[in-house]
Design a protein around this ligand. Structure first.
Ligand code: DAT
Ligand code: MG
Length: 151
């Protein structure tokens, strides 16, 4: 039974740069299952709660302002190992250190504009999904290609 989910988000720079399809496509082609998708402008409360572990960092305010600077595309992806795999697909926090082939390695040049977020643990996948998709249930559906993706 699959129960692991990752909260993935195209940040405002990714939306403005027209990278939404490119980023969603990488997770879709990998084979993970899309459970929720919404374009939205978030509130300061949600942005601060999302990044609460970084509250003491000197860049916290700039980070929150950046997340609020335009719409984001919020997603939930499901699959065994999806959290760690999504982090690999996304690449290192500093895009200059991110491997070519990763989203940040291919598409970004600065930590403060690194186009995409992915949860760093299964617990945070649940926490962030609850935060961004409050009340809106994620969608239950069966992916008919599933037997061609997993045994
Ligand atoms: P990640 O997004 O790879 O999980 P993180 O959780 O450590 O990285 O930090 C969240 C975001 O905060 C990151 O995507 C960009 C920003 N950030 C992290 N470290 C930073 C730094 N040293 N200077 C500016 N922004 C930073
Ligand atoms: Mg993080």
């Amino acid at each position: 039974v699959v129960c692991e989910i990752s909260y993935v988000m195209v940040k405002p720079d990714g939306v403005q740069r027209g990278l939404v399809g490119e980023i969603i496509g990488r997770f879709e082609r990998k084979g993970f299952k899309l459970k929720a998708l919404q374009m939205r402008k978030c509130t300061r409360e949600i942005a601060e709660e999302h990044y609460k572990d970084l509250k003491e960092k000197p860049f916290f305010k700039d980070l929150v302002d950046y997340i609020l600077s335009g719409p984001v595309v919020a997603m939930v992806w499901e699959g065994n190992g999806v959290v760690a795999s999504a982090r690999k697909l996304i690449g290192a926090t500093n895009p200059l250190n991110a491997e070519p082939g990763t989203i940040r390695g291919d598409l970004a040049i600065q930590t403060g504009r690194n186009v995409v977020h992915g949860s760093d643990s299964p617990d945070n996948g649940e926490r962030e999904t609850g935060l961004w998709f409050q009340g809106d249930a994620t969608v239950e559906w069966s992916q008919t290609i599933q037997p061609w993706l997993t045994e």
